[in-house]
Design a binder for this molecule. Sequence first.
Ligand code: NAP
Length: 279
Amino acid sequence: MTILDGKALAAKIKEQTAKTTAELASQGKRQPCLAVVLVGEDPASQIYVRNKHNDCVTTGIKSLMHTLPADTKQEDLLSLIDSLNADDGVDGILVQLPLPKHLDEKTVTERISASKDVDAFSAYNVGKITLGRGGFKPCTPAGIMRLLEEYNIEIAGKECVVVGRSNIVGKPMALLLLAAGGTVTVCHTKTADLAYHTRRADILIAAAGRADLIKGDMVKEGAVIVDVGMNRKDGKLCGDVNFEECAAKASYITPVPGGVGPMTRAMLLENTLTAYTNK
Ligand code: NAP
């Protein structure tokens, strides 16, 4: 069994990003820039945003932080996005989700210009992935694809099972696996017999957000298991996969933490660099 080491690969990607930005600086070019908008004081969001800011700082990407109060009006948030869209010095825009209840996430994420939508949550970018026409890829599924590629894991012809159908993880994950030639099944809470599907998986992506959902007897011998889940159990961070039981059968498996999480952050930096280069 081999651990899919997202932490190590993310460190490599960050190193490469830092090299690229240093080269740009040595040529007297402007720094790539990511604008991050945080509305309110959700503690988890504050940590995510701080991590993203630190990643930018350590890799030579300029990070513009906009922290707005929880009672920010929708029109004020939209007008901030409009000004960031129009700012030639800003390459990527990310609005940290979830937003306070009175703000409409759909309207807000759709307002970000497609060329700066580095989180790739807009209908335009999702449409491009669906049609296989490039565009930004959402960071978590993109990070998983990169991790599989790093370990030379073949996708074409494989049974791929994705547990979860959210717009930011499950659905785009399924589309990327499909584009890579996998035979894809997507499971969710209405799936009649989850274990029937997971046991068939050569590549299993668990993205349900339920601790211990995937047990050892639900996976095939030799499966590649990717655990996207980030759950708290007895105060400890854990994924959706029972690691001990599943690692005993897997050929490759991601740990939590140290698997998908760092890759998600690394892909945000890559998408920001892509947005910069596309200009
Ligand atoms: P989400 O929006 O809550 O979606 C969860 C999906 O899982 C839904 O489609 C749901 O089905 C399905 N599901 C839930 N319980 C299930 C069960 N018992 N059996 C089968 N399917 C089930 O969550 P998300 O945003 O996709 O995130 C999923 C997990 O990944 C969370 O733990 C989140 O924290 C984590 N995450 C991690 C990263 C990272 O970088 N590591 C990034 C993003 C998310 P229905 O559609 O039928 O409700």
